[in-house]
Design a binder for this molecule. Sequence first.
Ligand code: FBP
Length: 276
Amino acid sequence: MSKTTPSAIGKNVRLSRILKAGKGVIFAFDHGFEHGPNDFKGKRADPRVLMRLAVDAKFDAVMAMPGIAEATWEIWAGKVPMIVKLTGKTSLRPLKYQFLQYQVGLVEEAMVMGADAVAATIYWGAEREELMVERFVRLSAECNRFGMPMLVLSYPRGPAIKSQDDADVVRYAARASSEVGADLIKTHYTGSKESFQRVVEASTVPVMMSGGPKETRSIDFLRVVESVMEAGGAGVVVGRNVFQSRQFMPLVGALRAIVHEGFNAKRAEEKFGIKG
Ligand code: FBP
């Protein structure tokens, strides 16, 4: 019989609040830092407005930067698990620093706040890959002390990477993220079910798809998510494809139907009355 530790139990307990039967639809809500508030239109620039929508839409978890998690705690507390993102970079930085994420928060503070997981980005292939990995190792050691799961945003990126969606590099990055101790991976879609299946197979932990820029037609995004699920993916971490759409609620409903109930994209589109 294998012996487990309080830390491993803590990670499993917290992860089970986020993933239902190993699958999830998570709201990515760190764009105010990564891209700036212009990503949000009109009233949605107010983080409380989007957090309320995310809670009402029944996302399985929200991933936000420490300050947004703090500013909106009364909205998410007791309603949706919070994943506090502990690394970031602004798009204001000079081009030569765009492939480096730095630390913006502490595991301990996320835990004190009531977070169910933390997240960190590694740009695999970037010139300063080793800095992000060393930081990850320190964060991961803290996570192990507290039984806190770590979501890795596993992104191949940098001058040596020709395409960040290339199946071989996404697969390599997912494997590298597994090998340094990620508990859950979020990465780019690789263009087909077959290629994403190879990514999932090479990883030792569940792999979720990262949403990406808004698709013109929502059905195209739903089809991608359908293919991720067919490939054995654990779901989707989505931001712009939902919050830049007027169909926020129906889209989250459709995503939940695809991820949790095995709907295909067409059936989900019809059931939730998604237009365009
Ligand atoms: P999206 O679904 O909007 O693509 O969000 C996923 C995400 O990784 C965010 O967490 C992050 O803010 C953003 O994409 C990073 O975008 P970029 O690819 O421009 O660095």
